[in-house]
Design a protein around this ligand. Structure first.
Ligand SMILES: [Zn+2]
Length: 634
């Protein structure tokens, strides 16, 4: 569309991460009022039966923006990457001349994970911010929305897509103290009250800018939160309604006269050629038919009169929003969290009509109308109904497994230098070596006790209670000798307790289960280095480079070993490779500086020590070397 011409309505997508639909008063919650989100629902269409396709932040958002299923787009977990070349709602609208921006509130949507594709502005502090505590993984709603308002003020002269991500409801909780009284018994609800108020201010801003009438505003969540249901506290492990059932509200713009879109651009109001499909008042206030987040992007495009790209697997909800009925949909969801982490079974479900079927070694079938809490499994009684659901689920997976433009395999990545801190916070998952849709393995619901014990042990380890943590991990392994992450975590606790050789044994057991486990190899090499068994350390790091040629730990370790043998050019090569993997490693800059100093490259050495000090200003050894090189007597 030509520059400066008024066009179709702006689109504002608001993701309130981790928001259970049933905690909003517009969805019937009685213990807290959410008047501002309710007000959005009053002027729009509220979908009562929407399922997330995966109860994990990145996979859910990827599924929504690409309108593809996790099994097709390969993003099953946080810290995986949507590869370049994906077709997303943002890339489609950018190609249509929309200005596109995302204002990100939580770490798991950082730019490096690939969701930034198609966004000309991707405001995310998480790619440069140091992650030292769990609160560094989020920024408060007030800051995100302030940034959103600022962006709108600068950019509302043209049609735009603005994606706003609010991460406050994700643990750890940190609501302003003023909200404690609003929900004294639930920190989750305190955060929700805070988010609702923050959105209230933002909606006031939209009203002042007339955007409440001009923009299509869509509010949703990526997944819910278990809050203790089914023995789960957070989200990701199970696929019950507590984490799959999410709010979805479309607030339609108001049609101008003649159904044309009026956009006040600066001093010259213009009327665009955009035709509303129907008058906004034709949409229903509530739609109770089940659908999924995968349908959001096709709905937005169809509202704008833009055809969906062939890779989109969802279906527009517009007809449903007008008439309230359409043929029943099959709504698919999955979690491969327990599978990827522990080698247990992948959980997959199909919602159709009132029934929810969960495919697992011990399958489940629920009548959500009568039993929304999913407490009464209808199996084995309703076996033929369950079989028909299973058939539909299999057919859906077969239909959408490969779609045009779907992306290929993905790898787990974290920010250079962030891995250690994320692990320390319990956020970086050790994964087991299993194909993504392999259905073998035990049923996660039969292992929820072990899972909770694992979480507890991890918490003990992170809070400095290594002895207690080690005892818990040992108990887990006594029950389940195939729990690969438990071996690695036990080894970490052993290292913390200076029981290096015990740690090495655990890592050898882990590597027997998965010979290409990067984390186990790294840690094992570090242990041999720590106990002075240099030959074994070198062998372990070389082994690691054979399948992870850019691994930081391996290059750093081999650099240290070469330096000890005074093989300076080999050492320099490894430290440079380590820095290529992690440019923010002050330690690697320092070690490279020492090597360059030994090679009489004074300028190079000064540069490396300065780089080390820029990253870690209190690095006494680097300071000392730099002062030495700069002293006139040197
Ligand atoms: Zn999330």
């Amino acid at each position: 569309m030509p520059e400066g011409t008024a066009g179709p309505p702006p689109v504002i997508l608001i993701s309130v991460d981790t928001l259970r639909a049933d905690h909003l008063s517009c969805y019937g919650y009685a213990r807290l009022r959410t008047p501002h989100i309710d007000s959005l629902a009053r002027g729009g269409t509220l979908f009562t039966e929407i399922s997330s396709q995966a109860p994990i932040t990145l996979p859910s958002h990827v599924s929504l923006f690409t309108s593809t299923y996790p099994f097709a787009n390969s993003v099953h977990e946080n810290a995986q990457v949507l590869p370049p070349g994906a077709v997303t709602l943002a890339t489609v609208l950018a190609a249509q001349g929309y200005k596109t921006a995302a204002i990100i509130g939580g770490y798991f949507l950082a730019r490096r994970y690939g969701l930034a594709q198609g966004f000309q502005t991707y405001d995310s502090p998480f790619d440069s911010r140091a992650i030292n505590g769990a609160l560094d993984l989020k920024r408060p709603a007030s800051q995100v929305l302030e940034s959103a308002e600022h962006w709108i003020e600068q950019n509302s002269g043209r049609p735009f897509l603005l994606f706003i991500h609010l991460f406050d409801l994700h643990q750890p909780y940190d609501a302003p103290a003023a909200y404690r009284a609003r929900a004294p018994e639930s920190e989750y609800d305190q955060e929700l009250a805070y988010v609702d108020d923050s959105l209230g201010s933002f909606f006031d801003f939209l009203a002042r800018s007339a955007l409440d009438r001009r923009a299509l505003v869509v509010l949703f969540s990526d997944h819910g939160e278990s809050l203790g249901d089914h023995g789960e506290n957070t989200h990701g492990y199970f696929i019950y309604r507590s984490t799959l059932h999410v709010p979805l509200i479309f607030h339609w713009p108001q049609a101008g006269k003649n159904g044309n879109w009026k956009l006040e651009t600066g001093n010259s109001p213009q009327v665009s050629s955009f035709q509303f499909p129907v008058s906004s008042s034709d949409y229903l206030a509530r739609v109770e038919a089940p659908a999924g987040l995968i349908d959001v992007a096709p709905t937005v495009l169809s509202f704008l009169g833009i055809p969906s790209p062939p890779s989109f697997c969802g279906h527009s909800l517009l007809e449903l929003a007008k008439s309230g009925d359409s043929p029943p949909r099959d709504v698919y969801s999955e979690s491969s969290y327990a599978h990827d982490k522990f080698g247990w079974a992948t959980l997959r479900s199909l919602r159709r009509g009132d029934y929810q079927y969960i495919d697992a070694p011990h399958p489940e079938l629920y009548d959500l109308k009568r039993d929304p809490a999913e407490l009464h499994n209808l199996l084995p009684g309703q076996a033929s109904l369950a079989a028909s659901y299973r058939e539909r689920l299999t057919a859906l997976a077969a239909t959408y497994r490969s779609v045009p433009g779907a992306v290929g395999q993905t790898a787990t990545v974290v920010a250079p230098g962030a891995a250690e801190n994320l692990r320390a916070l319990g956020y970086l998952e050790i994964t087991s070596p299993h194909a993504a849709l392999d259905d073998s393995g035990v049923d996660p619901k039969d292992r929820v006790f072990e899972y909770k014990r694992y979480l507890l042990a991890g918490h003990l380890a992170r809070t400095g209670k290594a002895e207690e943590a080690a005892a818990e991990f040992q108990a887990i392994l006594a029950d389940d000798p195939h729990n690969l992450p438990a071996y690695i975590e036990l080894a970490r606790s052993d290292v913390a307790l200076h029981r290096y050789l015990d740690g090495a044994k655990q890592l050898q057991a882990a590597l027997a289960l998965d010979p290409r486990n990067v984390e186990a190899e790294e840690l094992l090499g570090d242990i041999w280095l720590a106990v002075g068994d240099l030959g074994r350390a070198a062998a372990e790091f070389r082994q690691l480079l054979a399948f992870a040629p850019q691994d930081y730990e391996a290059h750093f370790g081999l650099g240290l070993l070469a330096a000890r043998r005074h093989q300076t050019s080999e050492a320099a090569g490894h430290f440079r490779a380590a820095l290529a993997a992690n440019p923010r490693s002050a330690e690697a800059h320092y070690q490279l500086g020492l090597i360059l100093e030994a090679q009489n490259d004074k300028t190079g050495a000064v540069g490396e020590f300065q780089a080390a000090l820029q990253i870690a200003p209190k690095f006494p050894e680097a300071r000392r070397e730099l002062d030495k090189l700069k002293s006139p007597n040197h």
